[in-house]
Every structure is written in C-alpha cells, then in structure tokens.
Write a protein that binds this ligand. Structure first.
Ligand code: ZN
Length: 311
C-alpha cells in the first residue's frame, strides 16, 4: 500500500484482523472538527459533542461504497437539542448541532460534560445508496435509545443492539481556550472502532475488550503525542495483528451551492416566493450543515418566480 498525501493531515483507515472476523477503523479528524467548530461557532462542549458524532459517522461509514451516504442523528432532551452528521465513501463529512451555544460545567472527572448537553433521547442511523444520482432505494434506518450521551458508548450500543455487531468505540475531541482570539482551538480529535463480526472467537473478543478497557491514554492524549490512525487501532487491538485495506483523506465538505439554494427556493409555493420578492426583495438561505449563507438577489428571485408561476 502506498502512503497517501493528506492535505490537512486528517485520515480514515479501515482494516481487518483475526482472520477477517474483526473489522477495525480509526480516524484522525483534528482539522475537520476544527473547521466544523469555526463554521458553527460551537461552544467547547458542543464542539466535543459534534466532533465525536462526526468522527463516529466517519468510522461507521468506513466501509461505505461509492454512492452510499450515512447519517447519524442524536436527538436528546438536553440543551444541545440535536446533533446531525453525514459521511460518504470519499471521506467527506459534514455536521451541525441545533444549539451551538449549549454549554455545561465540567463533569465530576473535570472533563467536558457532553452527556450533560445531550440528555436522554434517541440515536438514529440512516444509510442511503445512490442519493446523489437520484436513485433512492428504501434507506436502511436503525435506532436505539441514547444510553450514555457521551457518544462513543452510544455508537457501540447501536452497533451491538441494532446491527448485532458487538463493538468497542473510543472517540475524543480536545479543545483549549485561545487567549488571542478569546475563543477556543480544537487541538486533537479522532477515534477508533472495532467491530466483532460473526465467527470472531471468544479469545479474540476477550483480548480486544481487555485492550480497550485498559487503554492508559485517552484517544486525544494519543493524538497529542503524535499517534497515527494505525496506532489507535493498535492500542484497541492489543497484540492482535491487523492489516489496513484502505486509507482515505478526511475533510469537512458540504454539498450545498448557490445553484442548490436557488432550486430550493424554486420548490416553494408561488405565494411564498411572491412575498419574499415584495417584502424582502430577495432571499437569504443558510445551509444547516455548513452554515454557509447564499444570497438570492431580487433579479434572480424574480426569474425564479416567473419560472415557478409559469408551471
Ligand atoms: Zn452547506
């Protein structure tokens, strides 16, 4: 396997272990999560919640095929309101939270209290194939209750319960205050996921469970110390050998565009377009996923209106 260049250093790797009875994937997502935090102006704890969910969506989607897309939604009753993340086979990921300002005091371990802003609710996963080319077979959807709210445990519970794949998941996002900007900086983000497929023997499962529960360092500590994605897998697998099958660059990417914003407005009621035209002299569309704003001026909106009303 040839090493691939990563523009921002972020990467997703996918491999197999124990005679292909164990799937392993790991990701370094520091820059991707930093971009998500900048775009959405998330608080420290909301950044951790969003970053863990986006990294989990990448890991869960590590075996996606070319036209597949995976969405994870966590809807709880905590102040963050909801978290969405979407990944595809190209290593592209995007995500947002309903309330980016949600914040909570540190928990009893002195850590960001992600559970405190997520609350109780449901964890959803949706897998779609061929969405971008208009081919939409019934999407696969699974859901489980939120059992932890710390996100990694929720991914593991989802896989074990809904997909019958016993799994170990570690996810981490580390932020620190930036005294120059008064804001904060994402200094490390990433995660590792180990999936036990049918046929995995008890000894292997036991060894992996032991390795995961006894990792002395957190994922973010390992990344701070320069750990690669392969190193994270090594830490989670103990002495079990593995081979990497695939590596992908990872980046925050959104599929929105000015053209799409215009066609979204074009899909509204004629009366609604009329009122945007007469009252606002245009339209401003903000993409949920990336917080990009598109301005549709009066001339363009007038054109949309004429096309819409001539249907
Ligand atoms: Zn967007």
């Amino acid at each position: 396997m040839t090493e691939i260049e990563t523009k921002n250093g972020d990467i997703l790797v996918y491999g197999l272990a124990a005679n292909e009875t164990v799937r392993c994937m790991a990701a370094i997502t520091t820059n991707t999560i930093a971009e998500a935090a900048t775009r959405h102006k998330t608080s420290a704890t909301a950044t951790a919640a969003l970053g863990r969910t986006m990294t989990g969506a990448l890991l869960l989607g590590a075996s996606l095929k070319e036209l597949d897309r995976l969405t994870v939604q966590i809807i709880g009753d905590g102040p963050i309101g909801g978290i969405s993340a979407e990944s595809n086979a190209k290593g592209e990921v995007r995500g947002y939270v309903r309330n980016p300002n949600a914040e909570s005091p540190f928990n009893e371990k002195g850590k960001l209290d992600v559970r405190g802003i997520v609350g109780n609710g449901m964890f959803y996963v949706m897998r779609e194939a061929g969405f971008e080319i208009g081919f939409r077979p019934e999407p696969y959807q699974g859901s489980v209750p939120i059992v932890s709210g710390e996100i990694a445990e929720d991914f593991a519970y989802y896989l074990t319960t809904s997909e019958q794949i016993p799994s170990g998941v570690l996810l981490g996002v580390h932020v620190r205050g930036d005294k120059d900007s008064g804001g904060m900086i994402v200094t490390a983000a990433g995660g590792v996921m180990i999936q036990m497929m049918p046929g995995a023997d008890e000894k292997t499962i036991g060894e992996i469970e032991h390795a995961i529960t006894n990792t002395t360092q957190s994922v973010t500590d390992m990344i701070h110390n320069g750990a690669s994605a392969e190193y994270l897998i090594r830490a989670a697998l103990g002495t079990i050998e593995f081979s990497i099958l695939e590596k992908r660059n990872v980046r925050f990417t959104c599929q929105c565009s000015h053209e799409r914003a215009v066609s979204m407005v074009g899909a509204l009621d004629t009366a609604e377009i009329q009122s945007m035209l007469s009252e606002d002299k245009g339209a401003v569309i903000t993409c949920h996923f990336c917080n990009e704003t598109y301005i549709i001026d009066e001339a363009m909106l007038g054109k949309v209106f004429r096309e819409r009303s001539s249907i």
